[in-house]
Design a protein around this ligand. Structure first.
Ligand code: ADP
Length: 499
């Protein structure tokens, strides 16, 4: 807290300085005698010092009323080193020097000093006067501007400002690098020199938005360099406003996106190539599996004929084994064919009315004939459930779910089926007590060729069954899903509309 100023209101001292006028000055002022003893200071000086030193008191600090002093670089300045002390010592003026003052409360201010020695009529040094003012905020602003300028200058992006007539007002190093014009060549010219003729309308559109005070963000376009090269750039343009809030120009940040555009293009080309290769592969799988089907059917027919002809049991056994393998191969080939049909969007359905329970029973029977390890139990399965669907395709789904339930529960002995008739739907579940599926894998289960990692090597498969089954159910406007717990078992569900 600064104490009230102790001076008399009007005082005319020896040097002719009107102390009342000095009090009214918007700047700080103080005077010393030839020995540096403070003889006068005004209110502004007391404010800046944060204290009121006693006048004409040899016990006070000499030369300056400030508590502590520092050089602009922050090092301590003794009172004897201050500009006032030097002015008295060397009988000369000190103008425009910066001194850092510290107040008793520890706060600091930067002052710009202007000192003149005072000489008496006989030319003898009688003291000095110092008019100084607080430039702390100005210095902070200057520092801030310097920092901003160095950010702008060191930016790889072009940072340009222009007025509302599109005349370039500033041009950084990034702009020089991207567009090839030096600052001298660019400032004062119209920004349209950077715009290809067929895109000049863009400038009008951008200016329109800037006038409305809007920002234009990440606008990807083409601009011209000094040597006429067209480069892809991303523009972000913001309005520049004066202190009344009026738009007076725009600042532009332009980023050269040649490299990222090239990479994007390359990625797209690669994706297209991959898609093309993928469709070739699907086409190949489709053709190959189709071509394999006919000879397999013929082999199967001739093997069945041969089986009838053969009398010896061992020979019959050989043919039975061969027939089993042919069946496996046939299933595999038709699954491959189905996958390629799904990929090509050509999985067709033949809808007919039939009893779902009958179909289920047939499916269970077919599986049970070849698998004696597990008992397939149909709990509370309703009878006479008339449904309109593709019988053959639904059988395929049931066979797949039952085969999997047995295949993936080698240590269990049963599989439980539940069928619930809902108002317009039928809900079927197939529950096993096998290895289950890790929860992290559940969302990928119905993807093409997906198999859970780390399956025992004797459990073979190609990851097509669930993909096809899910597509079949979807083709009936139904839904398929799974609930599973690792090492406990799984329940596969599907819900189908009855008609
Ligand atoms: P495949 O059985 O020929 O591998 P699927 O498409 O029928 O192909 O099944 C995909 C994967 O889902 C299987 O490889 C297996 O990891 C997992 N899976 C399917 N059914 C079950 C089940 N009942 N229990 C545990 N895992 C299963």
């Amino acid at each position: 807290m600064i104490k009230p100023f102790p001076e008399v209101t009007v005082l005319q001292d020896r040097e002719g300085v009107n102390h009342q006028v000095a009090q009214l000055l918007p700047v700080a002022l103080y005077m010393t005698d030839q020995d540096g003893l403070l003889t006068f200071y005004n209110e502004k000086a007391a404010e800046l010092w944060g204290r009121r030193p006693r006048l004409n008191d040899p016990t006070e600090l000499p030369f300056c009323g400030s508590w502590k002093l520092y050089h602009p670089d922050g090092t301590v300045m003794s009172h004897a080193q201050c500009p006032m002390a030097k002015a008295l010592r060397y009988n000369r003026s000190y103008k425009g020097e910066e001194v850092c003052l510290e107040r008793p409360d520890g706060s600091r201010a930067i002052a710009l000093v202007n000192i003149d020695p005072i000489f008496g009529p006989d030319g003898k040094l009688e003291g000095a006067v110092n008019v100084f003012y607080d430039i702390t905020s100005y210095k902070a602003m200057e520092e801030h501007s310097r920092l901003q300028a160095s950010i702008v200058e060191s930016s790889e992006d072009a940072i340009i400002s222009k007025d509302l007539k599109s005349i370039i007002k500033s041009w950084n190093h990034g702009a020089e690098k991207i567009f090839g014009y030096t600052e001298k060549e660019a400032v004062g010219r119209s920004v349209t020199m950077l715009i290809p003729p067929d895109r000049l309308h863009e400038e009008q559109e951008i200016l329109g938005r800037i006038y409305r005070g809007e920002q234009v963000k990440h606008f990807e376009t083409i601009r011209l360099t000094k040597d006429g090269k067209k480069i892809p750039i991303s523009l972000t343009i913001s309005p520049i406003k004066n202190n009344r809030g009026e738009v007076i120009g725009a600042s532009k940040i332009a980023r050269d996106i040649t490299e990222s555009t090239r990479l994007k293009q390359q990625l797209q080309e690669n994706a297209e190539k991959l898609e093309q290769l993928n469709s070739y592969k699907d086409e190949f799988i489709g053709i190959a599996s189709h071509e394999l089907k006919t000879p397999l059917t013929t082999i199967k027919a001739y093997l069945q004929l041969l089986q009838r002809e053969l009398k010896e049991e061992t020979q019959q056994q050989f043919v039975t084994t061969t027939l089993n393998h042919v069946s496996k191969l046939t299933r595999l080939v038709s699954e491959l064919l189905d996958v390629s049909k799904v990929q090509a969007g050509k999985l067709a359905f033949n809808f007919e009315d039939f009893d779902f329970d009958e179909l289920l029973k047939e499916g269970i029977q077919a599986i049970q004939q070849t698998n004696q390890t597990h008992q397939i139990i149909c709990e509370d399965c309703p009878e006479n459930t008339l449904i309109r669907a593709d019988r053959h395709r639904l059988e395929q789904v049931i066979i797949n779910l039952l085969t999997n339930a047995i295949k993936y529960s080698p240590n269990a002995d049963k599989v439980i089926i539940h069928v619930t008739k809902e108002e317009n739907n039928i809900l079927v579940s197939v529950k096993d007590f096998g290895m289950g599926i890790p929860s992290s894998e559940l969302d990928k289960l119905f993807s093409r060729f997906f198999r859970v990692e780390g399956l025992p090597p004797n459990i073979q498969g190609l990851g097509m069954g669930l993909y096809i089954s899910n597509e079949i159910i979807k083709g009936h406007q139904g839904k398929m899903w799974v609930e599973s717990e690792w090492n406990k078992g799984s329940v596969f569900y599907f819900r189908l509309p009855l008609s």
